[in-house]
Design a protein around this ligand. Structure first.
Ligand SMILES: *Cc1c(COP(=O)(O)O)cnc(C)c1O
Length: 350
């Protein structure tokens, strides 16, 4: 395979002269900052927000670098993973001309972002056991195919995609392979981050929204070659990560131990939840999960969903999604929440 980033990149992006902010022109320490038209008097808050934040979020990246074992020039931070997904389309896909390959059932945002950017979507359904259909994917690729999105562990099925198959795509596809690892902290399978240097076309997405418990902060991460990260940095909004997010992220990243404890507990609770669901006769199938949720095929999925809603319990109805027919996706909650869920499922069937 010959991967040529320059050939993949859109002409307008290649030739783009990026916006140069005041903080780009001077990013050192100084005592009199009169370059950015900020309010020199302060902010009407106990914390100070009157200065523009670091456009490249170096302090946060340095912390992440230590945790993830990836150098800072291979890290991009976005307003959620969703920003990185959008930037991938804008950097590599020509509207009305190029296409991407999606592997449903999977995360809905890839398709929404494709539609927003006017990029054709080619769907190659996963196999019945939710793995990659390599031959059909190969057949779907043409000269205008720029990106393949792989989600592992996959949402909404919860299983990991076989590593060997992901490598097959990485080695044989000349475009960008996006590997969405939003749920990797809950998986037995290893992250692809240690293999980043092996695959110049790999973009790994992770997020602080799930295991880190910071969905409301909106901090998504993309890991890739320094060349790809440079492209993201060139086209992103200059101050895409606000100061509150950077400050809180820095603080949260000090507490890896707490997060690891939650991950362990969640994985244990997942096993308990599965065990107890399996005792319910109307439960037909539970996909083995590497994530913090389980996809459960059961009798009367939609009426059960409605019953749960009436009791104030919200799960995700995936019962009309291809390959998820009759299934609900249930997030692993606290032990108390899981017991409430189980009790109401039993009440519905009784
Ligand atoms: C939840 C989730 C994300 C996280 O998106 P953010 O924008 O970072 O909150 C990304 N990918 C998948 C597959 C998800 O399920």
């Amino acid at each position: 395979m010959s991967f040529n980033l320059d050939l993949l990149l859109r002409e307008n992006i290649k030739n783009l002269k990026p916006y140069s902010s005041a903080r780009d022109e001077f990013d050192g320490e100084a005592s009199v900052m009169l370059d950015a038209n900020e309010n020199a008097y302060g902010s009407p808050l106990s914390q100070s927000f009157n200065r523009y934040p670091d456009p490249l979020q170096l302090a946060v990246k340095q912390k992440l670098s230590a945790i993830k074992g990836v150098s800072t020039d291979r890290i991009f931070l976005g307003n959620g993973s969703d920003e990185a997904i959008d930037l991938l389309f804008r950097a590599f896909c020509k509207p009305g001309i190029d296409n991407v390959i999606l592997l449903p059932p999977t995360y809905g945002m890839y398709e929404v972002s494709a539609n927003i950017n006017d990029i054709a979507v080619r769907k190659v359904t996963l196999t019945p056991n939710y793995q990659l259909d390599i031959d059909t994917i190969a057949a779907a690729i043409d000269a205008h195919t720029k990106i393949i999105f792989i989600c592992s562990p996959n949402n909404p099925t919860g299983n990991s995609i076989r590593r060997q198959d992901i490598e097959t795509i990485l080695v044989n596809f000349e475009g960008i392979v996006v590997l969405d690892e939003a749920y990797i902290n809950y998986a037995k399978q290893n992250s692809f981050l240690p293999s980043l240097a092996e695959f110049p076309n790999l973009v790994v997405l992770q997020t602080l929204s799930k295991a880190w418990g910071l969905a409301a902060l909106r901090l998504g991460m993309a890991f890739a070659s320094a060349e790809i990260i440079q492209i993201f940095n060139k086209i992103k909004p200059p101050y895409n990560i606000n100061q509150a997010t950077q400050t809180y992220a820095l603080e949260a990243l000090e507490r890896v131990d707490t997060v690891n404890e939650w991950i362990k507990e969640t994985v244990e609770e997942r096993a308990l939840l599965v065990e107890q669901l399996q005792l319910i006769p109307q439960v037909e199938h539970i996909t083995p999960s590497d994530a913090n949720f389980v996809l459960v095929r059961l009798q009367q999925a939609r009426p059960l969903y409605n019953h749960l809603v009436s009791k104030g319990i919200i799960v995700r109805d995936r019962s009309t999604v291809t390959l998820c027919e009759g299934a609900l996706r249930m997030t692993v909650g606290t032990p108390a929440e899981n017991q409430i869920l189980l009790a109401q499922i039993k009440e519905f069937y009784s």
